[in-house]
Design a protein around this ligand. Structure first.
Ligand code: A3P
Length: 287
């Protein structure tokens, strides 16, 4: 299957031109956020789809019908992608919106609007592995080549969506300026219930025991893997070639152990220390 080799450059970051145009990116940066909006912000492969599903269940008070009948890109439309104007306008209040854009682009508008932001981060080693596999099926991304080649680009920040380090530091840097909650993929794994309770407290929405039960069941990896409204199997093969792998691939913490050589790990650790050594908030993953 051929690749859709179009790249857009925006704010110093390369992005897949199939999904983004200068116009859609301009639309995103001037988007009139409302105080009632909830924005999910992530670097790719950090648990975006999982958070979309969890918040869908929170807002539906555990009713699984919306999650089973409406594709996630309509429930939580992407701010910066060309296809979602209508969905962004029509989605119910509170509007659930998703983005991979960096904080330096969206920060000023979010500060003005008092929109609530949920930032999801994941161990960057697992992000790199997941992103590598995703490049193989996502035809709107460049061919990743070998894992070694891809990892070098990931560490240099030359992959699409830019540097993981800059993304995380940028959004962490907004903690005194925005109404923002930081969540990690690893916390979701370890304690989905507890994290859902933290989310409901942050969003000020009630969380009945039945809602928690439904959420836990529906947002498990196995349920989401089989839900066509969340697993991206509705996307045509020219855009996502599922013969090359699944979007819902493994859903594990620590899969990087099966991919990294000791040399790659040492190199990663060195760059991580250089980039993240002075970051105030401790990250919960062992590096
Ligand atoms: P893997 O490729 O490691 O399996 P995003 O939605 O940000 O693109 O992230 C996708 C990653 O989140 C994939 O990781 C996917 O399997 C994982 N994921 C999605 N839903 C999950 C769930 N319910 N439980 C665990 N992992 C999940």
């Amino acid at each position: 299957m051929e690749r859709l080799e179009v790249t857009e450059t925006f704010a110093g970051i390369s992005l897949p031109g199939h999904l983004h145009t200068q116009e859609s990116l301009g639309f995103a940066t001037t988007f009139p956020f409302r105080p009632s909006d909830v924005l999910i912000a992530t670097y790719p492969k950090s648990g975006t789809t999982w958070m979309q599903e969890i918040l869908t269940l929170l807002f539906s008070c555990g009713d699984i019908l919306p999650a089973k009948t409406i594709p996630n890109w309509e429930r939580a439309p992407w701010l910066e992608q060309t296809y979602f104007r209508e969905a962004l306008r029509d989605t119910a209040t509170p509007r659930l919106i998703t983005t991979h854009l960096p904080a330096r682009v969206l920060g000023p508008a979010l500060q003005r609007s008092k929109t609530k932001v949920i930032y999801v981060a994941r161990n960057p080693k697992d992000v790199a592995v997941s992103f590598y596999h995703f490049h193989r099926l996502a035809k709107f991304l460049p061919d990743p080549g070998s894992f070694e080649t891809f990892l070098t680009q990931f560490l240099e920040g030359t992959v699409h969506y830019g540097s993981w380090f800059d993304h995380v530091k940028g959004w962490l840097g907004q903690r005194h300026l925005l109404d923002i909650l930081y969540v990690t993929y690893e916390e979701l794994h370890q304690d989905l219930r507890g994290t859902a309770q933290r989310l409901s407290a942050f969003l000020g929405c009630a969380l009945a025991p039945e809602t928690l039960g439904a959420l836990e069941q529906h947002c498990s990896f196995a349920s989401m893997r089989d839900n066509a409204m969340a697993n991206y199997t509705l996307i045509p093969p020219e855009i996502m070639d599922h013969s090359q792998g699944r979007f819902m691939r493994k859903g594990e913490v620590g899969d990087w152990h099966r991919h990294f050589t000791p040399q790659q790990n040492a190199c990663f650790n060195r760059i991580y220390q250089e980039q993240m050594g002075d970051v105030e908030l401790p990250m919960p993953w062992p590096i």
